[in-house]
Design a protein around this ligand. Structure first.
Ligand code: ZN
Length: 338
């Protein structure tokens, strides 16, 4: 089951891209990494530390009691499909502001509090916290919802990540994979006027065509998935290299060396361990969902009570954000603050 986790990783944004891309040639083999299961478990127990041992900055976590829910979380909760998901009444969404020691700007975690089948807040904070700082900064909200069936999934949509389910609590790779999608889009947007992920460029597709394997069998789904699986492997490589562990690269990587050659320069910026200091933040809108915020009748009263908070009604926000989906991340509020 663990090894099948990445199979369920998909997202609306990514799915729209998959439809435009060819399924990669099945002749390519999955990357063989003897004795190590970086992509599924992350702690190999054979060659030394794995993904679960990546450094975790200390953090403080505060559960909101003011009734303010990030509007992206309202959006996700309201758009769950009852055929596939346990519905998450927006009034049940728990919100945590998590302040990590390597960044003075808190990250926001939402969690469907009406189910026991979600991660604990600490597990979510720790999985997100182990994502190296610059990659972590690309995440606007991290949400945790519940699938109707006992299976796991995760997706990246715009700048938001949803973890659907609570199994595989040991799976750091899912978080690194999803942030990999955010990196793919971010780099694509930064280096082109077109809103396509970087993984569709010739630099990457040619590398795959030249190589004899891709990261694993899920990587064969599409170029974005191949990139995100490379992101997981590269995170592990950079971590091991940074801390001078033995065998920074798993042996026998020659079959995907061309992919490494083009992804390491990109991913090292986002997944290099040991970074400190934030350089960007999202201006995340909020919706008054429950009292005391919801007891305030007018927007003026809300703004007076919560100065500095950006308010956006869910309905209006959804319309605006839907237009920007697949578009420029700055449309959803990326602001460089330093
Ligand atoms: Zn994916």
């Amino acid at each position: 089951m663990k090894s099948t986790f990445t199979l369920t990783l998909a997202g609306a944004l990514v799915a729209s891209v998959i439809a435009q891309l060819p399924i990669l040639n099945p002749k390519w083999e999955a990357f063989p990494h003897p004795g190590v299961s970086v992509l599924s478990v992350g702690k190999d127990g054979v060659n030394g530390p794995g993904l679960n041992d990546m450094p975790l900055p200390s953090y403080t976590m505060t559960k909101r009691t003011n009734g303010l829910v990030p509007t992206p979380c309202v959006d996700i909760a309201n758009n769950l499909n009852p055929e596939y998901d346990v519905l998450c009444p927006v009034t049940s969404v728990e919100v945590y502001d998590v302040l990590y020691s390597d960044c003075p700007i808190p990250k926001v975690i939402c969690r469907c509090g009406n189910s026991s089948s979600v991660h604990t807040p600490d597990v979510l904070a720790q999985r997100l916290g182990r994502v190296p700082l610059k990659g972590r900064q690309l995440v606007r909200v991290l949400m945790n919802t519940v699938p109707l069936e006992p299976q796991c999934g995760a997706w990246a949509n715009g700048a938001d990540i949803n973890i659907n389910g609570s199994c595989y609590s040991e799976t750091q790779s899912a978080f690194l994979h999803e942030v990999g999608h955010l990196i793919d889009y971010r780099v694509g947007l930064d280096t082109s006027p077109y809103t396509q992920p970087w993984s569709g460029r010739a630099a990457f597709t040619d590398a795959i065509a030249t190589d004899n394997c891709v990261a694993d069998w899920y990587a064969k789904q599409s170029y974005p998935e191949a990139f995100s699986e490379m992101a997981v492997i590269t995170a592990w490589h950079l971590y091991r290299q940074h801390y001078k562990q033995l065998n920074p690269l798993i042996e026998n990587t020659v079959c995907l060396d061309n992919q490494f050659a083009v992804t390491i320069p990109i991913l090292s910026e986002y997944y290099e361990p040991g970074q400190v200091g934030c350089t960007s933040a999202y201006d995340i809108p909020n919706t008054c969902v429950t009292p005391p915020c919801a007891s305030l009748k007018t927007r003026e009263e809300q703004q007076a009570q919560y100065p500095g908070v950006v308010f956006e009604d869910a309905e209006k926000y959804i319309q605006a954000y839907t237009k920007s989906r697949g578009g420029n991340l700055t449309d959803v509020g990326l602001q460089f603050v330093a």
